[in-house]
Design a protein around this ligand. Structure first.
Ligand code: NAD
Ligand code: MG
Length: 397
């Protein structure tokens, strides 16, 4: 935000057409719109109509479609506006490299890693929703941001809550963090019941409205698995300092436990705009039009221990955390392939964790990655292996 004659803050929004991207544009509008911010670039994948509409509405300088076959459509949709059009992977990375102050990383999956790295390297502040960047590239990603000189500000609601509950200079006094999880739509279901569900059923989240991948990941708790690894890298924690608790109301977004027994938490309505706004205004806060918590109406908050038998993704995350190295990249890549196969009706809901576990069993490189090339190599191999396991499962079915 700007005051007086300060220059507007320059923003880049990766994945502006998605759930987080659209919420980000809403927050930008609420916090002053064109008066306060200059949108350098927006990116989307295949929803070109929405991307062009967003670019016109916020006066973006550049709009990029990840899918390069969409270039002509995007160019035509932006004809006469003076907004530059781009398409394809290289154009996405170029958008990341283009000078701006703050970057919302809200592409889904590992596809967001290279564009976000390009922005990190030039020293932009990175508001990170795209958790797969950290799960996959871990320390290397954190180092790239630090070397570039920008700040890494979490957007994931749990990590924003922890970030907000961490006291300055008290890292040494942090005993544990407690990630809350709603438990998703199948919180009380048996494995037998879960075995036959379709993507349509699994995507119906009880509290949050989100993109497809994270919704399915909430049902399988793979999202929480990714978040455990995300937390390790963001807050430099040991695996034994990371706890998960089921909290069906999604009111406490997560907590930090200190060595004196105190627990600090951040609470709010399940609305991503609060975390996005905090990432945009940090270390300040700005007035935001989101629903306020009504504690009398809430009446109670419930908690229960997670069940790693019904939700094996949590157990896999522990394994990946303990092994370290490229195991995060391996788990993440295998899960991404299994997620697409589940959505296409090729494998069942429970097969997703099974595929990830088998790929992790087969790929036992635990040494820390020395370069992004090693991360990409592990990612590619895990995808191939997952593909083969899925094909076998299909043949056997
Ligand atoms: P979404 O599916 O709604 O949107 C994803 C965005 O990425 C869209 O703009 C899409 O066009 C773009 N995209 C998809 N595939 C792409 C590709 N191959 N290359 C480039 N761009 C591509 O997803 P979302 O729910 O907004 O989630 C985005 C990220 O934020 C994910 O990493 C998710 O885990 C994280 N996140 C989301 C929420 C939420 O409430 N939605 C909460 C916390 C974290
Ligand atoms: Mg989350």
């Amino acid at each position: 935000m700007t005051t007086g004659n300060q220059k507007p803050r320059r923003l880049t929004i990766f994945g502006s057409t998605g759930s987080i991207g659209q919420n980000t544009l809403d927050v930008v509008n609420q916090l002053g719109g064109r008066e306060a911010f200059e949108v350098v670039a927006l990116t989307g994948n295949s929803n070109i109509g929405l991307l062009a509409e967003q670019a016109k509405a916020c006066g973006a300088k550049l709009a990029v479609a990840a899918d390069d076959s969409q270039y002509a459509t995007l160019k035509e949709a932006l004809a006469g506006t003076g907004i530059e059009a781009g398409a394809g992977r290289e154009a996405l990375i170029e958008a990341g490299a283009r000078e701006s102050d703050w970057v919302m990383a809200a592409i889904v999956g590992t596809a967001g890693l290279e564009p976000t790295l390009a922005a990190a390297k030039r020293g932009a502040d990175i508001a990170l929703a795209n958790k797969e960047c950290l799960v996959s590239a871990g320390e290397l990603f954190v180092k790239a941001v630090a070397r570039g000189g920008g700040r890494l500000i979490p957007v994931d609601s749990e990590h924003s809550a922890i970030f907000q509950s961490l006291e300055d200079d008290q890292h040494h006094a942090v005993e544990r963090i407690v990630l809350t999880a709603s438990g998703g739509p199948f919180r009380t279901w048996t494995r037998d019941q879960m075995a036959g569900v379709t993507a349509e059923i699994a995507r119906a989240h009880p509290n949050w409205s989100m993109g497809l991948k994270i919704s399915i990941g909430s049902a399988s708790m793979f999202n929480k698995a990714l978040e455990m690894i995300e937390a390790k890298h963001l807050f430099d924690l040991r695996p034994d300092q990371i706890e998960v608790i089921i909290h069906p109301q999604s009111v406490i977004h997560s907590m930090v436990g200190y060595t004196d027994g105190s627990v600090l938490a951040q609470l709010g309505s399940p609305d991503m705009r609060t975390a996005i706004s905090y990432a945009l205004t940090y270390p300040d806060r700005a007035p935001l039009n989101v629903e306020r918590l009504d504690f009398a109406k809430l009446a109670r908050l419930d908690f229960e221990a997670p069940d790693e038998v019904r939700f094996p993704a949590l157990r896999l995350a522990r394994t990946a955390l303990e092994r370290g190295g490229v195991q995060g990249a391996v788990m993440n890549a295998a899960e991404e392939i299994a997620f697409h196969a589940f959505c296409a009706g090729r494998i069942g809901f429970l097969d997703m964790a099974d595929v990830a576990e088998r790929v992790m069993e087969d790929m036992t490189q635990f040494a820390p990655a020395n370069s992004m090339d090693e991360v990409f190599a592990a990612d590619t191999e895990a995808r191939h292996r997952a593909g083969r396991i899925i094909a076998h499962k299909e043949m056997a079915a």
